[in-house]
Ligand binder design. Structure first.
Ligand code: ADP
Ligand code: TRP
Length: 338
């Protein structure tokens, strides 16, 4: 399959219906617009088109969140927020990574065929250590665990943001190594990266990311959200002059949340001049606030039932183990353990 054809078109519907779609997200902080448009929204749309398995990557989060109470709270909050944003537990299997402990066993098996050089080339380890994270073995081996996450469910399609593309390449390389060593054990998964939202811009124009402190949180209270959006970095072009549209965070974000007509109007005003950045930001705030309004309502509903999320994750874990048990039997048989 060609990953350039990722956008969901009707022609793909029948293809996806036979596909297993898998993705994970780390419970490492509050969800932002980059997470939503880069990973969650595509994953939510794909849940209609195949057998979806989505999980909360708490084993991965241990590489950065080293406080048990905080991690547990993050997992719960992420589960609530993901469901509020549209993940439908009746359609998608939704679970916690650590509820399928066999994934760490598979990660070890995969690590025995993974060349060091493959991991040494990974950007994410280099980026994270450059930012001051401790260069632990867990951080270095992170892509191997991610490969195990994907391969243990015989996944076909993996919707992620562009920053995860290299990890998918590593996953495929590892799967090929195992297949070369032990015969045909694994399917080769494909990333699904939506080009229209591959990189959501942050408040400063760089990629929106927790680590850059330039995020807009999906469920931020009204005043906090307004303050953030009004704080978007802009240049000093006078009100009456035309504004640069290229790489504008305001336009980039507005495109995601506004109607096509409203977007065209704003783009036209950028090009014509006569409107100040403050006005554009106010309109962007209004559009973001309205876009997420139904999600806020759903979130309030979920919060009223304190055991709902636990029940969803427990049922999801059982279904996930149903698949992983079968794959692990195949793996153990092939490699000669257990
Ligand atoms: P962060 O960079 O804030 O730490 P994560 O690395 O936890 O975010 O990302 C979780 C998911 O959200 C990944 O699939 C990632 O590709 C996606 N994602 C995060 N930020 C963006 C962004 N700015 N644009 C597109 N996708 C993003
Ligand atoms: N590494 C991903 C991220 O930081 C999270 C993740 C872990 C994942 N395992 C995965 C994503 C398997 C897709 C498939 O966002």
């Amino acid at each position: 399959m060609n990953s350039q054809k990722d956008d969901s078109t009707s022609a793909w519907k029948c293809y996806f219906s036979r596909m297993r779609i898998l993705s994970g997200i780390q419970p490492s902080g509050t969800l932002h617009l980059g997470n939503y448009f880069g990973m969650m929204k595509p994953a939510i749309e794909l849940q209609e088109k195949g057998e979806a398995y989505y999980f909360i990557a708490d084993f991965h989060a241990l590489t950065t969140v080293q406080n048990g109470i905080a991690l547990r709270a993050n997992v719960r909050e992420l589960a609530i927020d993901f469901i509020a944003c549209g993940l439908n537990p009746d359609k998608a299997v939704f679970f916690r990574q650590s509820d399928v402990p066999a994934v760490t066993e598979l990660a070890w098996i995969l690590s025995t065929v993974t060349p060091m050089g493959l991991l040494e080339r990974c950007h994410s380890f280099k980026d994270k250590t450059a930012r001051g994270l401790a260069a632990t073995h867990g951080l270095f081996a992170y892509p191997v665990l991610m490969a195990a996450d994907i391969l243990i469910y015989d996944s076909d399609i993996v919707p992620v943001g562009r920053d995860q593309k290299q990890h998918l390449e590593v996953t495929r390389d590892i799967a090929v190594k195992i297949n070369e060593t032990y015969g045909s054990v694994f399917k080769l998964p494909e990333p699904s990266i939506r080009e229209d939202t591959a990189v959501v811009p942050g408040l400063d124009g760089a990629k929106m990311s927790k680590s850059y402190g330039n995020t807009i949180e999906i469920f931020a209270p009204e005043n906090a959200l307004k303050k953030k959006i009004m704080g978007i970095k802009t240049d000093s072009t006078p009100v009456e002059s035309p504004k640069i549209t290229e790489n504008s965070s305001i336009l980039g974000l507005y495109k995601l949340v506004a109607s096509e007509t409203d977007y065209q109007t704003m783009e036209g005003e950028f090009l014509r001049g006569g409107t100040g950045y403050g006005d554009f930001k106010k309109r962007l705030f209004g559009a973001v606030w309205d876009y997420f309004a139904p999600f806020r309502i759903r979130r309030e509903e979920i919060l009223k039932d304190p055991v709902f999320v636990d029940r969803v994750l427990a049922e999801g874990a059982e279904k996930a183990r149903g698949v992983s048990d079968g794959v692990m039997r195949r793996v153990r048989e092939a490699v000669g353990i257990g």
